[in-house]
Design a protein around this ligand. Sequence first.
Ligand code: GDP
Length: 237
Amino acid sequence: MQTNKTKRTKTQSNKIVDHKAATANKAKRPSNQDESRPSLAAEVKGTGKQIVKAEFATTAVKPGQFPENGWPEVAFVGRSNVGKSSLINTLLNRKKLARTSQHPGKTRTINFFNVEESIYFVDLPGYGYAKVSKSESAKWGEMVEGYLKDRPQLKHIFLLMDIRHEPSANDKQIHHWCKFYNLPFTIVATKSDKIKKSQVQKHLAVIRKSLEEDALPIPFSSESWEGREVLWGVIEK
Ligand code: GDP
């Protein structure tokens, strides 16, 4: 992926984007998220980075079906309804690339998204939906652990947790696997717009304490785009 450090860049449609101005208007999504302008490169605010290509690549339920072209992968995981699809769409500045769930818990596959022909975003199945049977839940564990434990391409994993809630048993399980398999990970506290700004630090601290982590989770919102640049910074490291 290219990183363009200049403050003013040209989009595919030759429109000059002033990143300073775009950053100043943090609370509002830029109008270039509108899919009626398909050729427009998505611009990552503040970094000057543009995402020209982001598309569904393949779906898998077992390792034999994972792509094998060696591109680095960043994975996203969290309980159903945590805001995972919205976060992926927000990072890629697409509206519906990763499907936001109408029926929580429905996604039972590992979905790979081709980003700039150079990296895969990996959407791992959600967990923790109350109506899932024990055997389905075990299958989920096998699938996710199977991916995590033996995937040298996996460079980073984002563990998504709703900022309003304490981590669940499944959240802790995933966290444990990341540590056990020595995977670089970042905890993301989603839906930060749902609580008052003055309460954010307190909620982050609750999650940190529950997981016995040193670092605070990164607050993220698909509504306000809080945390988007920070996550891109982690991906590009
Ligand atoms: P997933 O099941 O983890 O993929 O979650 P989705 O992305 O489908 O989001 C679940 C629900 O939460 C949807 O109704 C989203 O619109 C909503 N949602 C997701 N992210 C945010 C956010 O950052 N802020 C708010 N207010 N709602 C969100």
